[in-house]
Design a protein around this ligand. Structure first.
Ligand code: PHE
Length: 336
């Protein structure tokens, strides 16, 4: 009888050490038949036998637990703490797997830049921190002139200026193009980028938005060329013929100063006679040319500047400007 217990122990111990489901050994028929022997034994032998199979069961349980533990260990990657660590190695479980998309403003800005560069304009990004000189002085805003108040301009504690319009780039573009002009060429450039105003927020006002500015200077630049350039741009951007008009407006850096409007196209929900102001524009003021070292008796130029959001809102029928900076995925996915 004791032989049989030893045999079962040997067999099951071996089974446990090799099985991937070792706990089954504790329910095996071999173990059950050992228990089944108990009532058949003479009464005086039962106690010793019972203890023997209980011991066996305990040993087997320990073996099962150890086996299970070692199976769990072998599932894990061993960690080599001495291995060199590549900080650029991809860690797929930490990175989002879904593909991102381009923000609609970036897509449309690229589109706008593309149209102007195909017309022959160079493109430069505007600065997001600038100074008082480029924001006002270089643009013919006299010191303490009330027109300076019209821009709700933020200032940093150091006295720097988050620009309130892309016109801050005019003086730089003019200075950089002076040589080309004197060599018989022209200045043709756009600048684009973020601008900032201390606005009360509503559906058509944001503290942060995008503008595109254009500058053209030559010996005979004129308003007809400007109107043609702007009309061409809007017709390409909206993919259709448009009615355009201007009305007088005041900006210290242009003379005359104008607002450029298009008739809201029927295809975009417009009624005849419904005009939309799209940007400010005009002939560059002689003081602005002079400030950049350009001879205003020999050269003249036109400039314009306007918001990108307004263009995009009309194109897609977007009603609230605040969607753009909101980070709302439902909005962004419409442009994915
Ligand atoms: N900078 C002006 C604005 O943001 C627009 C403008 C640009 C007007 C260039 C005239 C010429 O209000």
């Amino acid at each position: 009888m004791s032989d049989s217990v030893d045999q079962v122990q040997k067999k099951l111990t071996q089974l446990i050490s090799q099985s991937t489901s070792p706990r089954e050994a504790l329910r095996s028929s071999e173990l059950k038949s050992l228990y089944a022997e108990l009532p058949k034994l003479p009464v005086n032998e039962r106690s010793a036998y019972g203890q023997k199979i209980n011991n066996l069961k305990q040993k087997l349980e320990t073996a099962v637990n150890e086996r299970e533990e070692s199976l769990a260990q072998s599932d894990r990657e061993p960690i080599d703490v001495t291995a060199p660590f590549d900080i650029n190695a991809p860690s797929p479980d930490l990175l989002p797997t879904g593909q991102g998309t381009t923000h609609p403003l970036n897509t449309e800005l690229a589109n706008v830049i593309d149209i102007f560069t195909r017309m022959g304009f160079a493109a430069v990004e505007s600065r997001q921190i600038d100074d008082d000189y480029h924001m006002f002085t270089s643009l013919n805003f006299p010191e303490n002139h009330p027109a300076r108040d019209g821009y709700d301009t933020f200032r940093t504690s150091e006295g720097l200026v988050p620009p309130a319009h892309t016109s801050t780039m005019q003086n730089r573009i003019l200075k950089a193009g002076k040589k080309d002009l004197e060599n018989g060429g022209q200045i043709a450039a756009i600048s684009y980028g973020r601008v900032f105003r201390n606005e009360d927020l509503d559906a058509t006002h944001e503290h942060t938005f995008y503008q595109v500015e254009g500058i053209f200077v030559s010996s005979d630049a004129n308003l007809a060329q400007m109107m043609g350039t702007l009309r061409s741009f809007f017709e390409v951007y909206y993919g259709q013929k448009l009615k355009t008009k201007t009305q007088p407006a005041y900006f210290p850096f242009v003379e005359p100063g104008l607002e450029f409007a298009i008739e809201k196209p029927a295809a975009l929900g417009g009624k005849p006679g419904e005009w939309l102001e799209m940007l400010g524009c005009g002939m560059i003021h002689p003081n602005v040319l002079r400030e950049a070292g350009i001879d205003s008796a020999k050269y003249r130029g036109f400039a314009w500047g306007g918001g990108v959001e307004r263009l995009v809102m009309l194109k897609y029928g977007i009603e609230d400007l605040r969607h753009f900076e909101s980070g709302k995925l439902a909005f962004l996915r419409k442009f994915a």
